[in-house]
Design a protein around this ligand. Sequence first.
Ligand code: C5P
Length: 397
Amino acid sequence: MLNGKHIILGITGSIAAYKAAMLCRLLVKEGAEVRVVMTPLAKQFITPLTMATLSKHPILVEFFNPENGEWNSHVSLGEWADLLLIAPATANTMAKMVTGVADNLLLTTYLSARSKVAIAPAMDLDMYAHVTTQSNIATLRERGVAIIEPAAGELASGLIGKGRMAEPEDIVEQVKALFVERNTLRGKHFIVTAGATIEPIDPVRYITNHSTGKMGYAIAEELAKRGARVSLISGRTTLPTPRGVERVDVLTAEDMYNAAVERWAEADGAVMCAAVADYTPKHVAASKLKKSDDDMTIELCRTKDIAKMLGQNKGARTLVGFALETDNEEANAEGKLERKNLDFIVLNSLRDEGAGFRGDTNKVTLIDREGRVEHPLMSKREVAAIIIDRIETINRK
Ligand code: C5P
């Protein structure tokens, strides 16, 4: 499965570097072409000779060869690679990847790489559990880096816990999974709405909500990975545009409505993930409203329901909605399923820890006319995958 794949194996300064030898051998055995880039410290843990012999190529450490000035081009390496696999990845290297520090060849290669990137963290249990490390891992995951989770077990320090690098055989399996092409939605066009809308009150103030857009962006990314054409209609967010996705930035519920309706005629389905304002100020003041000693009332009027509009001329196409509820969850979600003519609705309750806004995880129940399936807490990426699996099942019927 890895036949002819170009893999840069990045090795950083961790005791687990000894496992990189076996990993390299297995990758080569699977047919991959492997080039090894080591950080200067990694050479203390495993010899360049071992890695050069196993990869069948000289290893790279420095930006250039001081003997003859030959440049080790991170740009060409980044272009050459189908995958940059950093195993083991230390807490130090992950932190530098997050902040963009580029003080060795491996990090400059990471910044130049257009390929998939995967990392297999390895460190002591406390370093791994530290909030900084966890936040760096979450950031990298959000940016599309595949994280090959460390295992729990005995560590080099003698302590027992999570932080031990995954075994080479497991890493190879996960690398293979990264190359599985799932073009199951090729030729299909999906609309995804994501994030919060912003309803101006005056040139300075506005009404919005806590949505970050993470769930919708994960869905757009997963649809694109499966070969679909994706129009991501996005409220304000700080998230990067997923690869291969057309992003349409909008501000208000009205803008989002117009952008969605315009594209619906030639779409095959839509996933309505946005947290759309239900009300908007009736009049937007042209200049900043002045305060006075009196209370103030802002008159609000209803916005248009985008999901409902698409549902009204849905035909055989697939329409998925979300329901974020605080009480009476299932009955409310079922009501929306009917009113908006959805194929299914994804319910997340704000009562569940780890679900809803901001975080990287969600706990959802998928509800359709036949029943409901409750899922455990999982990453938003995993939730995206189960939602799209369900869309594919509907499409096959
Ligand atoms: O009725 P409620 O806002 O709770 O319904 C939530 C679902 O409807 C979500 O899928 C949301 O994206 C969609 N929606 C919409 N347009 C609105 C309000 C909600 O598409 N104006």
